[in-house]
Design a protein around this ligand. Structure first.
Ligand SMILES: Cc1cc2nc3c(=O)[nH]c(=O)nc-3n(C[C@H](O)[C@H](O)[C@H](O)COP(=O)(O)OP(=O)(O)OC[C@H]3O[C@@H](n4cnc5c(N)ncnc54)[C@H](O)[C@@H]3O)c2cc1C
Length: 738
């Protein structure tokens, strides 16, 4: 590293200052050496490349390649970033909310291109030794991540995270901490890839280091040195069953296959096993002997015939009646199998209730329908929604791995395609390790368990016409579904609506610009169902008259379930409403409108004056959670239809506040079409005999396109257990008999 502060020749400084202010000056003299220049820098999950065309006085065109980025984190931001660069004629832009890492990478890359066009030479500043503290917003919503970075001899010597705020991220943060920190220190670069499955925590750690570099007198942009990737190729052969994805259904398949005597290999993209499945309450259960003995005096917990009939009625079709039948009538036995053989356990203390079973969301008469996982090995911990069920799945996987010497699995290994022989038969899986090493893994059968397509924005747009905010895993990008299609498989009820039980403001405020209580006020105003609301086109989602009677198509307007177009809507407040909140506080309904997760940790009481409501609205506007204006101004800001918005709001003079409420999804539901053995089906209905799909990669078979997934509770994990057992066992038998 060279010594000295960043040196920009003074003449160049003058020139670049001219460049910033030159936009409107038609007599501008030459600033740049005209031409096309490129830059590149590490973004969220890969390099972001910028190619910029310069005339001698302006940036004429910008092309950003963020194809390595996760769509939901950055890919989608490209258009807006391009516009911002061209408008600003500079790399100094605001960036795109929700795509911070991509924006920052694009800014660094753009600056490199500008420097080349200016002909400037930079020297890297030396860092001043010391220990620096910084904070950054991470996944947690109750506070920011805080850390200390020690710089010694001008190098990053140590990174210690001193506080991380949210129990729900405990596991993911732990993986980022364990894997990312040593990699940054070893590479002396922030250009190392974020840890798959822990990208938000990884981004926060990088931000803390970046801030520390700045405090030490450096320029963080100089710390994104390229990290070389391996180009090795590894071949693994002789497996009976390959499981792609080691979330819940993958692990349960792995376990059942190993138990049958198969040699099994598991491929997991994230830095940790478990996927969505370790962040849940638990599965629906129909008559498990063990659980009935433990929690229901040995009595059946539910009438299986009634469950079966209700299910068939809900999906309005007998097309998959055989699959639904097996699920309902074999579920109890399958739960017992995993409890007896792989030590799964469930908790009698959930939500403080004495019975182990919980009632259904929508069928109160099913009062013992759902069960939650035991939260810790001693069964002493209070149950919490969050990834604290990992130990149960890790234990099952360890036990299954030990059943056969050849059994193995790898994390940070991302499967991307199936391998076929010359006759088109599936013979293995191609995957890439985080360091770039390519793997070809050969086996007789493959089980697809990649957890649906919530993280694939393109596919979400195609299927639903819109993306949705994610609380579930965005590692799950539909790879399993795409693999199944590549083998000739077809899909079933792919457009079953995503599992959405949480709503919140769209851009969670994680810094201290509002107190926790103020954040709660904003959330309550977004989630409440006692005000009228607009859809994204400006028409009413709900139009409440003075008596609170609703007109509009808000039949699903229930806290937590946002099935409005685009999975979001806007609650309407007039200035009078805001003044009323300042003086008289929120209504009972508003104050009670709390999300079941992603909370700020604050509280709000109905009827208590909210003196800081103007400040809350201001921060809401800054963070793009609240929009203020007349009907046509709002239509302009939000891309609504102007006439429709004016008609909904009644005139174009009155100023309104629109507070956005967005759905957050656990995951998608529809996937590959499978038969009663979880074999992937071709369009003609014939099975691909050595290819299986489980969990969210095939959950559509129990559902119906265009509707929410079956609205009792725990259906997803019920299918996870059932499909995991059936596919694991069948795949092992197909392999061992061939
Ligand atoms: C917060 C939360 C709460 C929930 N609560 C409940 C509940 O109480 N009851 C219920 O029934 N359901 C619940 N669900 C839904 C339920 O968790 C899931 O539907 C179910 O567990 C899905 O299991 P899965 O194996 O299909 O997916 P996952 O468990 O997500 O597993 C998929 C795995 O595949 C990996 N993967 C993805 N792509 C690749 C690739 N290319 N290569 C290798 N690996 C890959 C992922 O990293 C992941 O580990 C909840 C979900 C969330 C997020």
């Amino acid at each position: 590293m060279k010594k000295g502060m960043i040196l920009l020749l003074s003449a160049v400084l003058m020139i670049s200052m001219t460049a910033c202010s030159s936009q409107d000056d038609s007599n501008t003299s030459a600033i740049y050496t005209a031409g096309t220049y490129t830059g590149s820098s590490a973004g969220h999950s890969g390099d972001v490349m910028v190619e910029a065309v310069f005339s001698d006085s302006a940036i004429e065109a910008v092309k950003i390649d963020a194809s390595n980025e996760t769509e939901s984190y950055g890919g989608a931001a490209v258009e807006e970033l391009t516009t911002q660069f061209l408008d600003a004629q500079s790399a100094d832009i605001d960036g795109v909310t929700g795509a911070t890492e991509t924006s920052e990478a694009a800014k660094r890359a753009m600056q490199q291109a500008i420097d080349q066009a200016l002909g400037t030479q930079k020297e890297t500043a030396e860092l001043t030794d010391g220990t620096y503290t910084a904070k950054a917003s991470s996944y947690g919503t109750k506070g920011q991540m805080e850390g200390e970075v020690t710089i010694e001899d001008g190098k990053i010597k140590d990174i210690v995270i001193t506080s991380e705020s949210d129990s729900q991220t405990g596991q993911w943060f732990g993986v980022a901490q364990e894997k990312l920190i040593p990699r940054i220190i070893e590479a002396q670069s922030l250009g190392v890839d974020s840890i798959t499955g822990a990208t938000t925590s990884s981004g926060a750690i990088k931000s803390i280091v970046s801030q520390a570099i700045e405090q030490a007198g450096g320029n963080p942009d100089d710390w994104y040195g390229k990290v070389e990737k391996a180009s090795d190729k590894v071949t693994l052969e002789g497996y009976d069953v390959i499981v792609v994805g080691l979330g819940g259904s993958g692990i349960l398949s792995y376990a059942a296959a190993a138990d049958e005597g198969a040699a099994v290999f598991g491929i997991e993209a994230a830095g940790e096993i478990g996927g969505n499945s370790v962040s849940t309450y638990g599965p629906m259960v129909v008559n498990s002997k063990n659980l009935n003995e433990l929690y229901n005096n040995g009595e059946n917990n539910i009438d299986a015939d009634e469950v079966y009939q209700t299910w068939i009625d809900y999906v309005e079709s007998e097309e998959k009646a055989d699959v639904i039948y097996r699920t309902v009538y074999e579920n109890g036995e399958i739960m017992d199998y995993y409890m007896d053989n792989f030590d799964f356990s469930f908790d009698g203390k959930a939500f403080g209730g004495e019975s182990g079973f919980l009632p259904s969301f929508v069928k109160p008469e099913w009062d013992k329908e759902w069960i939650v996982f035991t939260a810790d090995e001693d069964n002493t911990k209070w149950y919490d929604l969050g990834p604290d069920k990992l130990w149960q799945f890790q234990n099952a996987l360890d036990k299954a791995k030990a059943m056969n010497e050849k059994n193995d699995y790898m994390v940070e290994l991302t499967a991307d395609e199936l391998i076929f022989d010359e006759d088109g038969n599936v013979v293995g899986v191609h995957a890439v390790y985080h360091d770039g090493t390519e793997y070809e893994i050969y086996g007789k059968t493959v089980i697809l368990a990649t957890g649906g397509f919530l993280g694939n924005d393109e596919m979400m747009e195609e299927v639903f016409g819109s993306t949705i905010h994610a609380i579930g895993d965005t590692v799950n990008k539909g790879t399993g579904i795409e693999m199944g299609l590549s083998a000739g498989g077809t899909t079933y009820a792919l457009d079953t609506l995503p599992m959405t039980h949480i709503s919140q403001i769209p851009n969670l405020i994680k810094d201290d610009s509002l107190t926790a209580d103020e954040k709660t006020v904003l959330t309550s105003m977004a989630l409440t169902t006692d005000v009228s609301a607009l859809k994204e086109d400006g028409s009413f989602y709900q139009n409440l008259d003075d008596t609170g009677t609703s007109e509009g198509d808000s039949s699903e307007l229930t806290v937590g379930i946002v099935y409005a177009p685009g999975f979001h809507y806007y609650n309407i407040y007039s200035q009078e409403d805001i003044d009323n909140i300042r003086t008289n506080g929120l209504s009972e309904t508003q104050a009670a409108s709390a999300p079941i997760a992603l909370t700020s940790g604050g509280t709000v009481q109905a009827g208590e004056p909210i003196e800081t409501i103007d400040h809350i609205m201001e921060v809401g506007i800054e963070t793009k959670n609240v929009y203020k204006g007349t009907a046509s101004e709002l239509a302009e800001q939000l891309g609504m239809d102007k006439e429709t918005t004016i008609a909904s709001l009644g005139d174009d003079e009155t100023v309104y506040y629109l507070v956005e409420c967005a759905g957050y999804a656990y995951g998608t539901v529809g996937g590959l079409d499978v038969d009663v053995n979880c074999n992937v089906l071709r369009e003609d209905g014939t099975p691909i005999e050595n290819l299986f799909a489980v969990g969210q990669d095939s959950e559509g078979v129990e559902n119906v396109g265009g509707k929410p997934y079956t609205p009792w509770a725990g259906q997803a994990q019920m299918w996870m257990f059932v499909s995991g057992k059936i596919a694991g066992e069948t795949a092992a038998n197909v392999a061992l008999n061939n």
